[in-house]
Design a protein. Structure first.
Length: 201
Protein backbone atom coordinates (compact mmCIF):
# COMPACT_ATOMS: atom_id res chain seq x y z
CA UNK A 1 0.00 0.00 0.00
CA UNK A 2 1.39 3.41 -0.96
CA UNK A 3 2.19 5.95 1.76
CA UNK A 4 -0.47 8.28 0.29
CA UNK A 5 -3.16 5.59 0.36
CA UNK A 6 -2.19 4.50 3.87
CA UNK A 7 -2.42 8.08 5.12
CA UNK A 8 -5.76 8.57 3.37
CA UNK A 9 -7.13 5.36 4.89
CA UNK A 10 -5.94 6.39 8.35
CA UNK A 11 -7.51 9.84 8.03
CA UNK A 12 -10.78 8.32 6.82
CA UNK A 13 -10.86 5.87 9.74
CA UNK A 14 -9.99 8.64 12.19
CA UNK A 15 -12.78 10.84 10.84
CA UNK A 16 -15.25 7.98 11.16
CA UNK A 17 -14.26 7.31 14.78
CA UNK A 18 -14.59 11.01 15.59
CA UNK A 19 -17.92 11.08 13.78
CA UNK A 20 -19.26 8.14 15.80
CA UNK A 21 -18.18 9.80 19.05
CA UNK A 22 -19.97 13.03 18.12
CA UNK A 23 -23.03 11.09 16.96
CA UNK A 24 -23.09 9.10 20.22
CA UNK A 25 -22.94 12.30 22.26
CA UNK A 26 -26.22 13.42 20.70
CA UNK A 27 -28.09 10.30 21.79
CA UNK A 28 -30.34 11.39 24.63
CA UNK A 29 -30.79 8.07 26.43
CA UNK A 30 -28.21 5.57 27.75
CA UNK A 31 -30.14 2.72 26.14
CA UNK A 32 -29.49 4.18 22.69
CA UNK A 33 -25.80 4.73 23.43
CA UNK A 34 -25.35 1.18 24.75
CA UNK A 35 -26.94 -0.32 21.63
CA UNK A 36 -24.75 1.85 19.40
CA UNK A 37 -21.65 0.65 21.28
CA UNK A 38 -22.72 -3.00 20.85
CA UNK A 39 -23.41 -2.50 17.13
CA UNK A 40 -20.00 -0.86 16.65
CA UNK A 41 -18.35 -3.84 18.36
CA UNK A 42 -20.26 -6.21 16.07
CA UNK A 43 -19.19 -4.17 13.03
CA UNK A 44 -15.55 -4.24 14.08
CA UNK A 45 -15.66 -8.02 14.62
CA UNK A 46 -17.36 -8.59 11.27
CA UNK A 47 -14.99 -6.21 9.42
CA UNK A 48 -18.05 -4.84 7.69
CA UNK A 49 -21.81 -4.85 8.00
CA UNK A 50 -22.91 -6.85 11.08
CA UNK A 51 -25.18 -9.77 10.22
CA UNK A 52 -28.48 -10.32 11.93
CA UNK A 53 -27.46 -13.86 12.79
CA UNK A 54 -24.55 -12.49 14.81
CA UNK A 55 -26.90 -10.56 17.12
CA UNK A 56 -26.64 -12.42 20.43
CA UNK A 57 -29.58 -11.70 22.77
CA UNK A 58 -27.59 -12.97 25.76
CA UNK A 59 -25.06 -10.16 25.22
CA UNK A 60 -27.68 -7.40 25.52
CA UNK A 61 -30.33 -8.69 27.96
CA UNK A 62 -31.21 -5.24 29.32
CA UNK A 63 -31.68 -3.80 25.83
CA UNK A 64 -33.95 -6.44 24.28
CA UNK A 65 -37.20 -4.91 25.49
CA UNK A 66 -36.31 -1.62 23.77
CA UNK A 67 -35.58 -3.11 20.32
CA UNK A 68 -37.40 -3.47 17.06
CA UNK A 69 -36.20 -5.24 13.92
CA UNK A 70 -37.61 -4.40 10.49
CA UNK A 71 -36.80 -6.34 7.32
CA UNK A 72 -36.82 -4.72 3.89
CA UNK A 73 -38.72 -7.04 1.59
CA UNK A 74 -38.46 -7.45 -2.19
CA UNK A 75 -41.10 -4.77 -2.82
CA UNK A 76 -39.18 -2.25 -0.71
CA UNK A 77 -41.60 -2.29 2.23
CA UNK A 78 -40.34 -2.80 5.78
CA UNK A 79 -42.00 -5.51 7.88
CA UNK A 80 -41.56 -5.52 11.65
CA UNK A 81 -40.09 -8.87 12.70
CA UNK A 82 -39.64 -8.09 16.37
CA UNK A 83 -40.99 -5.48 18.78
CA UNK A 84 -39.71 -5.35 22.35
CA UNK A 85 -42.08 -5.19 25.31
CA UNK A 86 -41.01 -1.66 26.33
CA UNK A 87 -41.91 -0.33 22.87
CA UNK A 88 -45.22 -2.19 22.87
CA UNK A 89 -46.02 -0.68 26.25
CA UNK A 90 -45.08 2.85 25.19
CA UNK A 91 -46.98 2.74 21.88
CA UNK A 92 -49.94 0.78 23.17
CA UNK A 93 -49.71 -1.78 20.34
CA UNK A 94 -47.54 -4.63 19.10
CA UNK A 95 -46.23 -3.90 15.60
CA UNK A 96 -44.78 -7.39 15.08
CA UNK A 97 -45.81 -8.63 11.65
CA UNK A 98 -47.05 -5.23 10.51
CA UNK A 99 -45.49 -3.10 7.78
CA UNK A 100 -43.88 0.20 8.68
CA UNK A 101 -46.21 2.07 6.33
CA UNK A 102 -49.21 0.59 8.18
CA UNK A 103 -48.01 1.76 11.59
CA UNK A 104 -47.61 5.48 10.87
CA UNK A 105 -49.72 8.25 9.37
CA UNK A 106 -49.96 8.20 5.55
CA UNK A 107 -48.31 11.61 5.23
CA UNK A 108 -45.31 10.33 7.21
CA UNK A 109 -44.63 7.23 5.10
CA UNK A 110 -42.38 8.70 2.38
CA UNK A 111 -40.11 10.48 4.85
CA UNK A 112 -39.86 7.50 7.16
CA UNK A 113 -39.03 5.15 4.29
CA UNK A 114 -36.21 7.47 3.24
CA UNK A 115 -34.73 7.36 6.74
CA UNK A 116 -34.83 3.55 6.96
CA UNK A 117 -33.45 3.14 3.44
CA UNK A 118 -30.68 5.61 4.24
CA UNK A 119 -29.45 3.38 7.07
CA UNK A 120 -29.27 0.37 4.74
CA UNK A 121 -27.75 2.25 1.81
CA UNK A 122 -24.96 3.86 3.85
CA UNK A 123 -24.42 0.96 6.26
CA UNK A 124 -24.14 3.50 9.06
CA UNK A 125 -26.26 4.53 12.08
CA UNK A 126 -29.04 7.07 11.72
CA UNK A 127 -31.09 8.71 14.44
CA UNK A 128 -34.21 10.82 14.33
CA UNK A 129 -36.41 12.43 16.93
CA UNK A 130 -39.83 13.98 17.13
CA UNK A 131 -43.06 13.96 19.08
CA UNK A 132 -46.09 11.72 18.78
CA UNK A 133 -49.52 11.46 20.34
CA UNK A 134 -50.33 8.00 21.67
CA UNK A 135 -54.06 7.35 22.21
CA UNK A 136 -54.78 7.29 25.91
CA UNK A 137 -51.16 8.01 26.77
CA UNK A 138 -50.74 11.67 25.83
CA UNK A 139 -47.91 13.37 23.95
CA UNK A 140 -44.46 11.80 23.95
CA UNK A 141 -41.13 13.01 22.69
CA UNK A 142 -38.98 10.24 21.27
CA UNK A 143 -35.59 9.54 19.79
CA UNK A 144 -34.97 6.52 17.60
CA UNK A 145 -31.64 4.98 16.62
CA UNK A 146 -31.48 2.90 13.43
CA UNK A 147 -28.67 0.38 12.93
CA UNK A 148 -28.29 -1.61 9.68
CA UNK A 149 -27.83 -5.37 9.69
CA UNK A 150 -27.04 -7.71 6.81
CA UNK A 151 -28.68 -11.02 5.97
CA UNK A 152 -26.81 -14.34 5.80
CA UNK A 153 -25.49 -13.46 2.32
CA UNK A 154 -24.14 -10.10 3.51
CA UNK A 155 -26.87 -7.98 1.89
CA UNK A 156 -28.09 -5.07 4.07
CA UNK A 157 -31.69 -6.08 4.69
CA UNK A 158 -32.57 -5.45 8.35
CA UNK A 159 -32.89 -2.30 10.41
CA UNK A 160 -32.37 -2.76 14.14
CA UNK A 161 -33.87 0.16 16.02
CA UNK A 162 -33.95 1.34 19.60
CA UNK A 163 -36.46 3.89 20.91
CA UNK A 164 -36.43 6.12 23.97
CA UNK A 165 -39.47 8.11 25.10
CA UNK A 166 -40.23 11.06 27.34
CA UNK A 167 -43.68 12.16 28.46
CA UNK A 168 -44.55 15.77 27.64
CA UNK A 169 -46.68 18.15 29.64
CA UNK A 170 -49.35 20.29 27.90
CA UNK A 171 -47.06 23.33 27.71
CA UNK A 172 -44.16 21.38 26.17
CA UNK A 173 -46.41 19.58 23.70
CA UNK A 174 -47.94 22.85 22.51
CA UNK A 175 -44.50 24.15 21.51
CA UNK A 176 -43.64 21.15 19.34
CA UNK A 177 -44.67 20.33 15.81
CA UNK A 178 -45.58 16.66 15.68
CA UNK A 179 -45.36 16.53 11.88
CA UNK A 180 -41.58 16.99 11.75
CA UNK A 181 -38.77 14.63 12.74
CA UNK A 182 -35.20 15.86 13.02
CA UNK A 183 -32.80 13.42 11.39
CA UNK A 184 -29.11 13.06 12.29
CA UNK A 185 -26.56 10.91 10.50
CA UNK A 186 -22.85 10.33 10.75
CA UNK A 187 -20.57 12.68 8.78
CA UNK A 188 -20.06 11.67 5.18
CA UNK A 189 -16.65 10.89 3.64
CA UNK A 190 -15.87 14.58 3.32
CA UNK A 191 -16.53 15.12 7.01
CA UNK A 192 -19.65 17.15 6.33
CA UNK A 193 -22.53 16.67 8.75
CA UNK A 194 -25.65 15.34 7.07
CA UNK A 195 -29.01 16.38 8.43
CA UNK A 196 -32.55 16.52 7.18
CA UNK A 197 -36.19 16.70 8.09
CA UNK A 198 -38.79 14.00 7.54
CA UNK A 199 -42.40 13.50 8.43
CA UNK A 200 -42.85 12.00 11.90
CA UNK A 201 -45.29 9.34 13.03
Amino acid sequence: MSKFLANATFKSAGAQIAGIAAFRARLADPVLAKMLDHWCAMKAEAHGAPRRGALDPSAIPTLLRHLQIHQREADGRFRCRLSGTAIVQQLGRDATGAYLDEAIRPEAVAGRMRIFNRALETGMPVSYSGVMEVPGKGMKAYQRLLLPLADAQGKPSFVLSVMAFKMLGPMDAAKLNDTQAIVEMLPDDAGQSIAGVAQAA
